[in-house]
Design a protein around this ligand. Structure first.
Ligand SMILES: [Zn+2]
Length: 147
């Protein structure tokens, strides 16, 4: 297994915050803030597209508990939850992970994007359609796209 996170989980060498059956949490090597934590499924799933909904739910429940612990144990006033999936998303490790970054008022960082995408949707010539309508139409059909 070449996956960095699977190796950490198998070898048990991470700085653990929580180890559970379906999801676990550990400290990254290069934290953005004191207590910055990664929450990952214990089994290997590459990204949000291939993770079963029940595993996603368990991982997000752990994200919520980690966030709560950041408020209680670290005095954080808030958190940012960051994740990336798939080409073009800047996903660094192809094992689904959620960064939970504790925030304090005036902590001097920003995790919110300031730029705007330069991508233009390729659709019908001259009329790509409204992206919200396209998404709503597909979701209403119950055909959520999985790649
Ligand atoms: Zn993995």
């Amino acid at each position: 297994m070449n996956c960095t996170f699977c190796r950490l989980i198998q070898e048990g060498t991470a700085r653990w915050v929580a180890r559970e059956t379906v999801a676990c949490a550990f400290l990254p090597l290069d934290p953005l803030a004191p207590g910055h934590t990664l929450v990952v499924p214990t089994r290997h799933y590459a990204d949000v597209f291939d993770t079963p909904p029940d595993v996603l739910a368990a991982a997000m429940a752990l994200v919520q508990r980690v966030a709560g612990a950041m408020r209680t144990a670290l005095g954080a006033s808030g958190v940012n939850i960051l994740s990336a999936s798939g080409p073009g998303s800047e996903q660094s490790v192809p094992h689904l992970h959620f960064h939970v970054v504790p925030r304090w008022v005036d902590d001097g960082i920003s995790t919110w994007p300031t730029g705007r995408s330069e991508h233009h949707l390729a659709g019908d010539p001259g009329d790509p359609g409204d992206p919200g309508e396209r998404l709503a139409e597909l979701l209403a059909q119950g055909q959520q796209h999985r790649s």
